[in-house]
Design a protein around this ligand. Structure first.
Ligand SMILES: Nc1ncnc2c1ncn2[C@@H]1O[C@H](COP(=O)(O)OP(=O)(O)OP(=O)(O)O)[C@@H](O)[C@H]1O
Length: 633
């Protein structure tokens, strides 16, 4: 393909020069609604490298003027006639072309994360992209600029700054500030992820911070790839912890700068040995889990702040499924109440020979953009902080902050209710303490009062929203009854169950779609029956008597054979006979998925399960992000 492109480079350039973009982007166009306010997805297109231009490759990626859209062009070999081009476009929140400097990116995306972390929040920057697309170039530049901002004295107040830089290669972690000593990523009894064995260095000036960053970079594991002679085959995580000595009770701010391992396109992996293939697979899996976590967290945040916009209550964030996301538990765990802001820089190689891989990078970036559907006119409610504008918030602060009063203009100069809820605790308290005579205890009590009001109002909204059993089947109870019903159908629980379903033994409620655990009979030994605790897990399809004579189970044995006394099982007479027999159901096996804790349904792996072998009903829920089922309670 590269040869074909080189032979037709002039024609490719001509076709690209004639390209007229559609008025509307074909891919990634803005949907109705707003991008999640806490995650910004951007793309940086690096310049062509000398060897790419020297070889004669044309440019295949262009920034569309005045927009955040990138156009990608690919050369096509038609069956007959001259080569043509196919064009695609993708839109993200911000785009930086080949002329943009790392300082431009810093000003626009990363600089705001520094005061955020300084105030006790968690700011995270990921650089993602194909190998050789400019991730390390971008992150190392950004690290230097962060060091400057942290140490130039422009930020308010005293802080202690600690840095730790680690590398994750597959399941193994190394301390890059301690001669690549192997460390462990563990969760302690409080559920906090610890980088056990990693050294944290306290820094007080810019030069020592830069020294450490430089030393870590020199210890990164690299290997030649087709696209980059010194490709980083690992994720590098630079964590800067910012401690506020004045408010010891508040959690420390965290700033993560993450240079992700480069993804490789399939065609770039053809020469890999088994170890390199395994390495590539691990990298791709961890990037896929990362995507699910970033999306999941954004959806969970959209749910927490303000009336729920997400069709699922509590989005699923699979942060335990890779070492990378486990290490970043603070960032992803929806159960943590830390305020997080995330920036993703998708790095793009503009060379026309790499357009396929660059398109994948943008597809990935687009999937990270969570569009929060626009809420129809939020109505002010005195008891719901998520509905307050700045004026209403200030008025509440003035009336409720106690004596001495906390200045509303110092605490919330321009924030709305939802924005103040997102403010990191340390920043909230610091702002309160700026008012004359306010003690740390008063500030803390006031913050707790504000949050309690929010939590109470959210719980109230949820209980108002929960459909009561009687209204579940009603067609008039919901303004959009079909949607409510569809939401219920994401879980295996009976959507039509009435309130006493829980007291009727499940064996009397068996229905198609019910998931049951069962004691696998000997004839199914050796077939995948991998439920929890070695039990079988299956979805009920139909009673055996109703199944056609020709249907066979997973072993190839007839499910409903003609036997003496069972020659007319499908008629009314047969139905009568059935009731006298030990009932059995044709079921589809549920098998463990590739991700820990996930399950898939083997629709065509059917087994016959006697009711007497069924042990309990199991509830399973569908997760759109990972496209697997998970057990629920
Ligand atoms: N914006 C840029 N301006 C100039 N040169 C750049 C830019 N971005 C990247 N480069 C150059 O491109 C080459 C590859 O960049 P880099 O090593 O940062 O890629 P990478 O995405 O980190 O690759 P890998 O994943 O394989 O480690 C380097 O020689 C780098 O100097």
């Amino acid at each position: 393909m590269e040869q074909f492109l080189l032979e037709n480079a002039e024609r490719f350039k001509l076709l690209v020069s004639r390209f007229k973009p559609n008025a509307a982007p074909t891919k990634g166009g803005s949907e109705p609604g707003d991008s999640s306010p806490d995650i910004l997805v951007s793309a940086r297109v690096r310049p062509m490298l000398e060897d790419e231009t020297d070889q004669g490759f044309p440019v295949g990626v262009y920034l569309r003027d005045g927009t955040n859209t990138l156009d990608f062009h690919e050369l096509r070999r038609p069956v007959r006639g001259l080569p043509t081009i196919s064009s695609f476009n993708y839109t993200v929140d911000r785009v930086f072309g080949p002329d943009a400097t790392t300082a431009d990116i810093y000003e626009s995306l990363v600089k705001p994360l520094v005061p955020w972390a300084w105030g006790g929040g968690i700011g995270t920057m990921f650089a993602y992209g194909q190998t050789g697309s400019g991730k390390t170039f971008t992150v190392s530049g950004l690290e230097q600029l962060v060091a400057e901002t942290l140490m130039d004295g422009s930020l308010d107040g005293e802080r202690k700054i600690h840095i730790c830089i680690i590398e994750l290669a597959g399941q193994t972690a190394y301390d890059l500030l301690n001669s690549r000593k192997q460390i462990s990523i563990l969760e302690d009894s409080f559920g906090t992820t610890q980088m056990a064995g990693a050294l944290e260095h306290q820094v007080t000036d810019k030069s020592s911070l830069l020294e450490l960053i430089k030393a870590a970079a020199s210890l990164r594991h690299t290997a030649p790839t087709l696209k980059n002679d010194t490709s980083s085959r690992s994720h590098a995580i630079c964590r800067i912890r910012i401690e506020n000595p004045l408010i010891p009770s508040a959690e420390d701010g965290l700033l993560y700068l993450i240079d992700l391992a480069g993804s490789e396109a399939a065609r770039d992996k053809t020469d890999h040995d088994a170890t390199r293939m395994k390495e590539s697979r691990e990298i791709n899996t961890s990037l896929s889990v990362l995507k699910d976590c970033i999306r999941g967290r954004a959806l969970a945040d959209a749910d927490v702040l303000g009336p729920s916009t997400n069709k699922r209550q509590g989005a699923y964030v699979p942060f335990r499924q890779s070492t990378l996301t486990k290490t970043l538990k603070h960032v992803f765990d929806p159960a943590s109440n830390r305020s997080c802001r995330t920036v993703v820089v998708a790095c793009v190689n503009p060379c026309a020979a790499d357009v396929g891989a660059s398109k994948n990078t943008l597809r990935y970036a687009e999937m990270l953009r969570v569009v929060v559907p626009k809420k129809k006119g939020v109505t002010y409610d005195l008891n719901v902080p998520a509905t307050w504008n700045n004026e209403q918030l200030r008025s509440w602060i003035e009336k409720n902050s106690g004596n001495p009063p906390i200045s509303a203009s110092l605490l919330a100069p321009h924030e709305t209710g939802p924005q103040l809820l997102r403010l990191p605790l340390s920043e909230f308290l610091t702002r309160c303490l700026k008012s004359d005579g306010v003690s740390p205890e008063q500030a803390q009590a006031f913050q707790a009062k504000f949050w309690k009001l929010h939590v109470d109002s959210s719980q109230q909204q949820r209980s108002n929203k929960k459909p009561d059993p009687a209204s579940r089947t009603s067609t008039t109870a919901s303004s959009n009854p079909s949607q409510t019903r569809l939401e219920l159908l994401d879980c295996s629980a009976d959507p039509d169950a009435d309130s006493d379903a829980g007291v009727i033994p499940f064996k009397q409620r068996i229905r198609p779609g019910m998931v049951v655990s069962f004691d696998p009979p000997a004839e199914y030994a050796g077939f995948a029956v991998g439920g929890p605790r070695g039990k079988g897990l299956a979805v009920v399809l139909s009673p055996v008597w109703a199944v056609s004579r020709r249907v066979k189970d997973v072993r190839g044995a007839l499910v409903n054979p003609v036997t003496e006394g069972n020659d007319d099982a499908h008629g009314a007479e047969g139905k009568g006979k059935r009731e006298r027999e030990d009932e059995a159901y044709l079921c589809a096996l549920v098998m463990p998925g590739l991700l820990p804790g996930s399950y898939g349904v083997g629709l065509w792996r059917q087994v016959v399960v006697q009711v007497s072998r069924m042990e309990e009903e199991v509830l399973m829920e569908w997760d759109e992000a990972t496209r697997y089922y998970y057990l629920t309670v």
